[in-house]
Design a protein around this ligand. Structure first.
Ligand code: FAD
Length: 290
């Protein structure tokens, strides 16, 4: 029986989860199964698989979630987004998840497909993730539902107070926990947790961790999602840009320090953006796991 993440969180003080994305090629999929098999050996609490902005990898998400649960027995959360779906389509996909015993969903609005400037929901679609949480909750208690949180505030949200209000709507709609956007200054996380507590949001907030392995890619990625790269990160990684080995080592050192400080400061676990790679996450885990 696949466990719900809400039950795992209620039972364990600290959890370690690992996020993958659906590869675009068959070879990539084969490789991902190998990588996930190695992660299985690290006693993961759960895996998650992202949902693309459109196209064929969307169906692959469900296939991978299903297969990871069957092959490895690891609860695997299906990321799921409003973008590009009518409400009926969303409801049908939720039914299909239920049929396949996929009982953990990360409910998101989703990123609009690349190049789309003024995003609008699909006809008869949903505009915000809290509406997707409501739709999932029509299935009573079958699903455990997580949502995204943004320690620095969501890129399109005018201020942190409004961002907190919008998160509260997702929680009030029935979400069980929050996984955060990546961040590199732990103060952003701790301030966020305090902001949520002050707004009577009591669910666990799991920090999303990205090990830095490529400085230029990091800059591109953060420009897209609105995460700030602190001066300290630029100072460490800019001088060694292009030196793969030095960047890898500095990335490991940075993330070990970041994770230790988060766990010592009371974070209830860690969620790793693995980018489908085993290293460096395995190396970091070996040094920080409590
Ligand atoms: C852990 C994590 C995993 C992710 N996985 C994926 C993935 O698999 N696929 C993918 O496409 N994207 C993914 N994303 C990115 C996410 O979809 C985007 O950041 C998206 O822009 C916001 O999603 P959301 O669920 O927070 O949206 P929402 O909660 O709907 O918020 C979107 C915007 O609307 C605002 N808003 C919310 N409610 C209201 C309201 N009632 N009135 C007015 N404004 C409102 C919010 O402040 C925000 O600015 C992930 C993000 C995180 C942190």
């Amino acid at each position: 029986m696949i466990r719900k993440i809400s039950d795992i969180l209620a039972e364990k003080e600290m959890t370690y989860s690992f996020e993958f994305f659906p590869p675009k090629t068959e070879k990539g999929v084969e490789k991902l199964f190998e990588v996930a098999g190695e992660y299985k050996e690290l006693n993961p609490d759960w895996f998650t698989v992202t949902y693309g902005a459109g196209g064929s990898t969307r169906e692959l998400t469900m296939e991978l979630v299903d297969q990871f649960q069957k092959r490895f027995g690891v609860p695997t959360m299906h990321h799921f987004t409003c973008v590009g779906h009518s409400k009926d389509e969303l409801a049908n996909i939720i039914e299909e998840m239920k049929r396949r015993n996929i009982c953990n969903i990360l409910a998101l609005r989703g990123d609009p497909p690349a190049g789309v400037e003024n995003w609008e929901p699909a006809p008869n679609g949903l505009e915000y993730s809290y509406q997707l949480v409501e739709l999932i909750r029509e299935h009573n208690g079958f699903f455990s539902v997580g949502v995204a949180g943004f320690p620095e505030g969501h890129i399109d949200c005018p201020d942190k107070e409004t961002d907190t209000k919008h998160l509260k709507m997702k929680i009030d709609a029935g979400s069980d926990f929050v996984i955060t956007q990546l961040f590199f200054d732990n103060k952003d996380y701790f301030d966020y947790v305090n902001r949520l507590k002050a707004a009577s949001i009591g669910v666990k907030v799991l920090p999303g961790i990205l090990p830095i392995t490529d400085y230029k890619k990091l800059i591109r990625f953060c420009a897209g999602c609105g995460a700030t790269i602190p001066k300290r990160v630029h100072d460490i990684f800019r001088p060694i840009d292009g030196d793969e080995e030095a960047t890898y080592k500095a990335g490991i050192d940075f993330v070990i320090e970041q994770c230790n400080e988060l766990l010592d400061g009371g974070a209830p676990g860690l969620h790793f953006y693995t980018l489908n790679k085993l290293d460096p996450v395995r190396e970091v885990l070996g040094k920080i796991r409590r």
